[in-house]
Design a protein around this ligand. Structure first.
Ligand code: DQA
Length: 167
């Protein structure tokens, strides 16, 4: 799940955030999930309330984990922090940049404080590491050889979450 202005990845401050577009990153995450036997659904919004609604929906959908880059809302949004607190679904916060190396205003994350953990500073790899962390902490048994996207009745991807297919 990606927060504000992450839709502009690729052209937004490439020296800090890299040159991959959000679509390229999302495709990479979905492919990685497929390799690992999990369904990854992706979502981006520039709006605080929409991100909150998607966190609630992910919990209602019984997603196994949420991998969340709240963007600048990390540093300001008590409302997103409260949404994270409000659901049992574990949240792994990720940042492309190292937020601790970018000045005091970015060195505090209200949302990370309510998340299970934080991956920050590895560019787009932060998302993969975040998914890896989500898989490890959720400990859902791995099922070999299943392609979740081919499951009957599989929901169309609409948010950024690691979800094990259920039988
Ligand atoms: C970011 C870091 C935030 O401080 C910034 O506001 C972003 C991107 C990152 O991924 O490095 O929007 O979340």
């Amino acid at each position: 799940m990606h927060g504000p202005s992450l839709n502009l990845l690729g052209t937004r401050e490439p020296a800090i955030y890299g040159t991959k577009t959000l679509a390229q990153i999302d495709a990479m995450l979905v492919a990685y999930g497929r390799e690992r036997g999990v369904e990854i659904v992706t979502y981006q919004s520039n709006h605080e309330g929409d991100l909150i609604d998607r966190i609630h929906a992910a919990a209602a959908e019984k997603c196994h984990a949420i991998v969340l880059n709240p963007g600048a809302y990390s540093h300001t949004s008590m409302a997103i922090a409260d949404a994270i607190r409000s659901v049992a679904t574990p949240v792994v916060e990720v940042h492309l940049s190292n937020i601790f190396a970018r000045g005091p205003e970015r060195a505090r994350s209200l949302t990370a404080a309510e998340s299970r953990g934080l991956v920050s500073g590895f560019g787009h790899e932060s998302y993969l590491l975040g998914i890896e962390a989500a898989l490890r902490i959720t400990r859902v048994p791995k099922r070999r050889g299943e392609n979740p996207s081919r499951r009957r009745g599989a929901k169309k991807p609409s948010s950024a979450l690691a979800r094990r297919p259920r039988s």
